[in-house]
Write a protein that binds this ligand. Sequence first.
Ligand code: SF4
Length: 218
Amino acid sequence: MSAAQAARFVEALAVANPAPKTELDFTSPYTLLVAVALSAQATDVSVNKATATLFAEAATPEAMVALGEEGLARHIRSIGLWKGKAKNVIALSQQLIEKHGGAVPPDRAALEALPGVGRKTANVVLNVAFGEEAMAVDTHIFRLGNRTGLAPGKTPREVEDGLMKRVPGSLLRDAHHWLILHGRYICKARLPECWHCVAREACNYGDKVLWPPGRAAK
Ligand code: SF4
């Protein structure tokens, strides 16, 4: 896909949703980091439900460590992989206190050194909490990058690099949100809803679904 076509694709999403934001609830870089760490293989809705009570009790690293693994587990048992996540959240909170004065560092290497924090989580925190141009490639963006021709790649990192290269600089700050929401609600895994996709003209997918199931073309 040419740079001009990629720009048209992302611009179409931007026009349709001028002020995109994450669907995870948070009130600080720390609560964002915890929410993202809890969100692996879980829906944002289920994470928000758990963090509503969790953050009322513990919204700082110090309070989280005081709450402890068992106390934390009481809030997040409904979320997939909760045991490992509970361990990581306590360990990363401890590390924030010991190495960063209880603050979330605005730095990729320091973020990725935290327990359970990989490149994707670091990218979300850098982008959403600190306003950096970073592209967190989740399952939706990985699929979308390949399907549409926007940024084909065999690995999330290849798709990330392709998007960082092709998305116009002026749109990079919010592109992560536009693409993730587009993949989640329109360019869905099993049935892309091309019939009402605002980026259809700029999309290279060869099997566009131009009519809702059950409604034949006239
Ligand atoms: S036209 Fe279809 S395949 Fe292309 S981005 Fe839109 S929903 Fe996805």
